[in-house]
Write a protein that binds this ligand. Structure first.
Ligand code: SAH
Ligand code: SF4
Length: 463
C-alpha cells in the first residue's frame, strides 16, 4: 500500500514539527457523498500521522478543503472559503493550507491556484489521495508548494485507513469514476473511468463496518447499476445487494446513485427480497423531454423512465422515489421544460434535488448555444419548485399515523428532539434524549410540516 511506505516518515516529521502537543487539522468537505467518503480516508491518514481534528480553520495547523466541481456555484464557494484563509495564514505563517478533490483535477483550476493563491501549500486531485502522506511529508520537509494532479492509481482509496465521525452511519464506495459522459457533466473528467471494487473488498469492508457498529450503510457509486462490469467475477448490483443483505447484523442498506439506463426489475426484486435494503430509490431523470434527454446523452426516454418507476412501485408499493433534475439545459425551450413538469406530476417524487444548468469546461454541452437567460431559467425553476412542493406535501400528509423504523442520528435544533430519516429518506423529528442516538426506534408520524415529519416513539429499543 502506497500510504504505508510514507506514513512512518510522515509521523516522525509531524512529531518533529509539533513536539509539544498534537497538531490540529481542519477538514471541510464540499459536494457529494463520494467526497465525504474520500475525506474519511484523508482524515484516517491524518489521524494515523498524529493529527487531531478541530472545528474552525482559525485553530488549525493544517486546513484541508476537499472540493466539488459539479457546478460553478460549488466552485465559487470553494474559492470563497480559500480566499478567507489568506488573512488567517498571515496571522499564522506556519499553517499549511491544502486543496484536493475534483476541482483540482482540472488543469485550469490548478493553474489558477498556482498563480493567484500563493498561500496555498498543497494541491492534489482525486487520483492522488493515497499519495497524501508523501505529499504532506514533502511540504513539511521542504517548505515548498506541492502540486499533484497526475491521473495515476485506478482504485484511489483501496486499503486506506478510515476516520468516521459517527460509528453508526457509514459510506461504502463500491465503484469509482463514471463512463457515461452525460453531455453536461464534469464527473467523468475529474474522477476518471468507471472501476468497480472487487466484491470481496466490498463485503470485507461491510463486515468491518458492521462489526464497528454501523447501522446505516450507504453504497456509493456514480452509477451503481453498472457495478461489476469491469470485474472478472460475474456479479451485478442486484446480486451484491442480496449478498450484503445476507450478512449478520441489524443494519440498513442504502445506495446511490442509480442510472435509469442500467436499472431494471432485477434490482427491484432484490430490494424487495432483502429486508435490510431501504425501500428508497434515488433515480435521477434530469429532464422529461426526449429531445433534451438525447442531447444530454442519458440513454433513455421519458417513457422508459416512467415505466421503471411504475415497475418499482408494482414490486414495492411503499417505495419512496427521489430524483435529480436539471432546468435550462442549453437549447431547452419552455415547451420542453413543460414536459419535465408533466413528468414530475406523473412520477410523484418524495423529493427532488433541483439544479439550474451550469456550464462545465471540457464537456460536450459547453459548446451548445444557450440562448435562454439565467433569470428566465430561475423563473422556470420557481415553477418547478412550487409544483414539487405540493406533491411532497401531499405525500408527507399521507404518512400521518404510519410507523417507521428510524435510526436516531443526532440532536435536532429544536430542543428535546432527535432527527432521523425514514427508509424512504424523509427527515423525521421525534422527542427523545441524546442517549438514544445510534439506536433504531419505531416512530409513529403525528404531523407533517414543510416536508419534515414529526412523530413519537412507539416501542422499546429495536437494536
Ligand atoms: N452520477 C449521478 C449524479 C452525479 S452529479 C447520476 O448520474 O445520477 C449529481 C447531480 O448534479 C446530477 O444528477 C445532475 O442533476 C446535477 N448536475 C451534474 N452536472 C451538472 C451541471 N453541469 N449543471 C447542473 N446540474 C448538474
Ligand atoms: Fe455525471 Fe452522467 Fe456520470 Fe452521473 S452518470 S456522474 S450525471 S456523467
Amino acid at each position: 500500500m502506497i500510504y504505508n511506505e510514507t506514513l512512518s516518515l510522515l509521523k516522525s516529521a509531524v512529531s518533529a514539527r509539533y513536539p509539544e502537543t498534537a497538531p490540529k487539522a481542519f477538514v471541510r468537505t464540499f459536494g457529494c457523498q463520494a467526497n465525504v467518503a474520500d475525506s474519511e480516508r484523508l482524515k484516517g491518514m491524518l489521524f494515523e500521522a498524529g493529527f487531531e481534528f478541530c472545528d474552525y480553520p482559525e485553530d488549525a495547523d493544517l486546513a484541508l478543503f476537499n472540493t466539488c466541481a459539479v457546478r460553478e456555484h460549488a466552485e465559487d464557494r470553494v474559492f470563497g472559503n480559500v480566499g478567507a484563509m489568506k488573512p488567517v495564514k498571515e496571522k499564522n505563517r506556519g499553517m499549511i493550507i491544502a486543496l484536493c478533490g475534483c476541482m483540482l483535477q482540472q488543469e485550469h483550476i490548478a493553474d489558477k491556484i498556482r498563480q493567484s493563491y500563493p498561500f496555498v501549500d498543497l494541491v492534489f486531485g482525486t487520483f492522488a489521495i493515497p499519495r497524501f502522506p508523501s505529499l504532506l511529508y514533502t511540504v513539511l520537509m521542504s517548505g515548498k508548494r506541492v502540486f499533484d494532479t497526475d491521473l495515476e492509481n485506478p482504485n484511489p482509496c483501496e486499503g486506506l485507513p478510515i476516520y468516521r465521525e459517527r460509528r453508526f452511519k457509514a459510506w461504502l464506495p463500491i465503484m469509482y469514476g463514471c463512463d457515461n459522459f452525460c453531455s453536461y457533466c464534469v464527473v467523468p473528467y475529474v474522477r476518471g473511468r468507471e472501476r468497480s471494487r472487487e466484491k470481496s473488498a466490498v463485503i470485507e469492508e461491510a463486515k468491518k463496518l458492521i462489526h464497528d457498529g454501523a447501522l446505516d450503510i450507504t453504497l456509493l457509486g456514480q452509477n451503481v447499476n453498472s457495478y461489476g462490469k469491469n470485474l472478472s467475477e460475474k456479479i451485478g448490483f442486484p446480486e451484491l445487494i442480496r449478498e450484503l443483505n445476507a450478512l449478520d447484523g441489524n443494519f440498513l442498506i442504502r445506495f446511490m446513485t442509480s442510472h435509469p439506463k442500467d436499472c431494471g426489475e432485477e434490482l427491484f426484486t432484490a430490494m424487495r427480497d432483502s429486508e435490510k435494503a431501504a425501500k428508497h430509490l434515488h433515480l435521477p431523470f434530469q429532464s422529461g423531454n426526449n429531445r433534451v434527454l438525447n442531447a444530454m446523452n442519458r440513454g433513455y426516454t421519458r417513457e422508459d423512465y416512467l415505466r421503471l418507476i411504475y415497475a418499482a412501485r408494482q414490486i414495492m408499493p411503499d417505495i419512496s422515489v427521489t430524483s435529480d433534475v436539471i432546468v435550462g439545459f442549453p437549447g431547452e425551450s419552455y415547451e420542453e421544460f413543460r414536459d419535465t413538469l408533466k413528468l414530475i406530476e406523473e412520477a410523484e417524487f418524495t423529493s427532488l434535488f433541483t439544479f439550474i444548468y451550469s456550464k462545465r469546461r471540457g464537456t460536450a454541452a459547453e459548446k451548445l448555444p444557450d440562448p435562454v437567460p439565467h433569470t428566465e431559467k430561475a423563473g422556470w425553476m420557481e415553477e418547478l419548485l412550487r409544483l414539487q412542493e405540493g406533491i411532497a406535501a401531499k405525500r408527507t400528509a399521507g404518512s400521518i399515523n404510519k410507523v417507521y423504523k428510524v435510526l436516531a442520528e443526532e440532536k435536532a435544533a429544536k430542543g428535546g428532539y432527535l432527527t432521523g430519516r425514514t427508509e424512504g429518506n424523509v427527515n423525521i423529528l421525534f422527542g427523545g434524549g441524546e442517549e438514544l442516538i445510534g439506536t433504531f426506534r419505531n416512530i409513529r408520524v403525528k404531523n407533517a410540516e414543510n416536508w419534515i415529519l414529526y412523530g413519537d416513539i412507539v416501542t422499546e429499543n429495536h437494536t
